[in-house]
Design a protein around this ligand. Structure first.
Ligand code: PGA
Length: 245
């Protein structure tokens, strides 16, 4: 398989390795376009990038970013919105101009139109150089959930019960988790020149095991589409890699 695999001993080492790849790329191309992800997994990576910025080793003033997804209906000020997450975990502590950052607007008036415009603006910025991805326990990437078919482009998606349940840990109750989101499509993701897939912890071991064993593209395992991409690096910790792999 094409995928490069880097196994690190723990979450911190995984985060450092991913940060080193990104930091080198930013230094090589200060106007890089990054695709960013939310969730628990990339928090350590963002922490490392902030540290390098504080130490004067990184300059984000010309970096541009596009996030994978956002809940529909949550205002940016809502602590559970991905816009809020990105500000808290990264943007407010680095020198990236906020106008260079793009997060789908889950409150856009015409959501369909907005989704088309989002893909267009990625193309207009020259496309994504490096896309950071997490993986759901059900094999989703961004909010592309297992289904009979998957969207190619940025789209409105319905979250599965599994995902609503997994994400409810951040909300007061399951009822408060939005049921729909805007998500980059599989095609949008595969257009990135380079992809870094991160996974940490034993909860991810079954899905990582499944991904590494599969020899078939399967819409019920959305991450399997990454096997079509020529430059994917999986950075995992030992717990997510599992004993069987
Ligand atoms: P997590 O989410 O990083 O919070 O595990 C990953 C995902 O659902 O894509």
């Amino acid at each position: 398989m094409n995928m490069k695999i880097v196994v690190e001993k723990d979450y911190q080492a995984m985060s450092k390795t991913a940060a080193a790849i990104l930091a080198d790329a930013i230094r090589a191309n200060p106007k890089i376009v990054l695709g960013l992800a939310t969730g628990s997994t990339p928090v350590g990576l963002y922490g490392e990038l902030k540290k390098q910025y504080r130490q004067g080793q990184l300059d984000f003033s010309n970096v541009r970013t596009f996030n994978l997804d956002e809940y529909i209906g949550l205002p940016k000020e809502d602590p559970n919105s991905y816009g809020y997450f990105m500000n808290e975990e990264l943007f407010k502590d680095i020198n990236i101009p906020l106008e260079n950052t793009h997060i789908p607007d889950g409150q856009a008036e015409d959501l369909e139109e907005y989704c088309r415009a989002y893909d267009k603006s990625i193309s207009q910025e020259g496309g994504i150089d490096i896309q950071i991805l997490g993986i759901g326990e059900n094999g989703h990437i961004a909010f592309n959930e297992p289904d009979e078919s998957l969207a190619l482009e940025t789209n409105i998606v319905e979250l599965t019960e599994d995902t609503i349940k997994a994400n409810s840990r951040f909300f007061n109750s399951m009822d408060q988790v939005p049921k729909t989101a805007i998500s980059m499509g599989i095609g949008t993701i595969l257009k990135a020149r380079k992809i870094i897939l991160l996974a940490s912890g034993e909860k991810k071991a079954p899905i990582i095991g499944q991904l590494l064993k599969t020899r078939r593209i399967n819409t019920m395992l959305p991450a399997s589409f990454l096997l079509l991409h020529p430059d994917v690096t999986l950075v995992v910790d030992q717990a997510a890699y599992g004993e069987m792999n």
